[in-house]
Ligand binder design. Structure first.
Ligand code: CP3
Length: 342
């Protein structure tokens, strides 16, 4: 088999013979084979066992025919390495959330080779296994999204704790963000050195901020991470959940590709981002519960709106949901390839 570089070419705004597609959270519970693998080990054990992480990464490549692999891991793995005890239930929980200066001072800025060697080993295994197949994407959480989990201790509805810290103790918040930013930069550079061929920064919760707060409290740190990457030939994808209203600001962070959700039409997003930024998205993950012809209609609509200019990577606007029918996910991938082929 010849190496499929459609994804990398689209990231670099080069012409492609069909639109590449992958799905955020494609290595996950909607796949029966993933659920079977998960019976053997809990989620954190899977993340920390390179052979298992590699196996999970490959499932959607074998079963769905996606054009890129994303490392099986979690955005909170480097946060555990900073010194915070982490549990998944399956949602992430930090038993001792960050609420004081003392706790922020105690956080480490870990060396990835020492603290998360399993991530780097999984990447090395995967590069061997994917030689004649598809590119491998590494990833991290954006500093702001990691801070929300560290300060809230878990997911949240209104994010009052992290906002309390932000608004009441801006210097402490900045000290926390600086440590996360440094950790994140080292972590992504270690993934690139180990062989990640692109990296995605997930700012799942960036969209809970007003544009002004996003510009003050989140954007500068993500920009610092991006500026600190050894990105020679390695595209950087920047995804901000519920971020459509922030696109003009997101563009200034300087990624090669911007990930968009489904709350904006993709032609509008491309107009805001301009011709030098590729765009990834923007299928509504809940539309995968619609009948297959409706899924196909929506795929056509996004492809049509994305236009002929290079630089579209088809994806969902957020992670695929665990109850998604597998055959609907497969129908989406096939529809993208069929309708976009030149
Ligand atoms: O995309 C992939 O398939 C690669 C693997 C991956 C996981 N998490 C595996 C996972 C990636 C890229 C992530 C990123 C991640 N993790 C994000 C950003 C993306 C997003 O969805 O917004 C966030 C916010 C997290 C934190 C996290 N991890 C949550 C909120 C949860 C629980 C909710 C859920 O969807 O399960 C997890 C657990 C998790 N991460 C699972 C997987 C496969 C399920 C764990 C299990 O198997 O029990």
């Amino acid at each position: 088999m010849a190496f499929n570089d459609l994804f990398l070419r689209a990231c670099r705004l080069e012409p492609v013979e069909m639109t590449p597609v992958w799905m955020m959270r494609q290595a996950g519970r909607f796949l029966a084979t993933y659920r079977a693998l998960r019976k053997k080990a809990d989620f954190l054990t899977m993340c920390k066992t390179p052979e298992l992480a590699a196996q999970a990464t490959l499932l959607p490549i074998d079963e769905l025919g996606v054009d890129a692999a994303i490392l099986f891991s979690d955005i909170l793995i480097p946060v555990e390495a900073m010194g915070m005890a982490l549990d998944f239930t399956p949602a992430p929980v930090f038993a001792e959330p960050i609420r004081s200066e003392k706790q922020i001072q105690a956080l480490r800025i870990p060396d990835p080779e020492e603290s998360v060697p399993f991530v780097l080993e999984a990447i090395r295994i995967l590069r061997r296994e994917l030689t004649d197949r598809v590119p491998l994407i590494g990833f991290s959480g954006a500093p702001f999204t990691l801070a929300t989990y560290m300060v809230e201790g878990s997911g949240s509805k209104n994010f009052i704790e992290v906002k309390r810290l932000m608004y009441q103790e801006p210097d402490l918040f900045a000290a926390l963000m600086e440590k996360i930013t440094e950790t994140d930069t080292r972590y992504l550079n270690a993934q690139i050195a180990a062989g990640a061929q692109a990296v995605q920064i997930f700012d799942t919760w960036g969209g809970i901020l007003t544009p002004e707060d996003y510009e003050t409290y989140a954007l500068p740190y993500t920009k610092e991470v991006i500026d600190g990457l050894n990105r020679d030939g390695v595209p950087v994808i920047h995804y901000v959940g519920t971020g459509s209203a922030l696109l003009p600001l997101i563009k200034t962070a300087g990624s090669d590709v911007v990930g968009i959700d489904w709350r904006i039409r993709i032609d509008e997003a491309r107009r805001i981002l301009g011709p030098d930024t590729a765009v990834q998205g923007n299928f509504d993950p809940t539309a995968l519960f619609a009948p297959v012809p409706e899924i196909q209609r929506r795929v056509k609509e996004i492809l049509h709106r994305a236009g002929d200019a290079p630089g579209h990577i088809f994806n969902l606007g957020h992670g695929i949901l665990p109850p998604t029918p597998e055959d609907h996910a497969k129908a989406l991938i096939d529809a993208v390839h069929t309708y976009s082929r030149k």
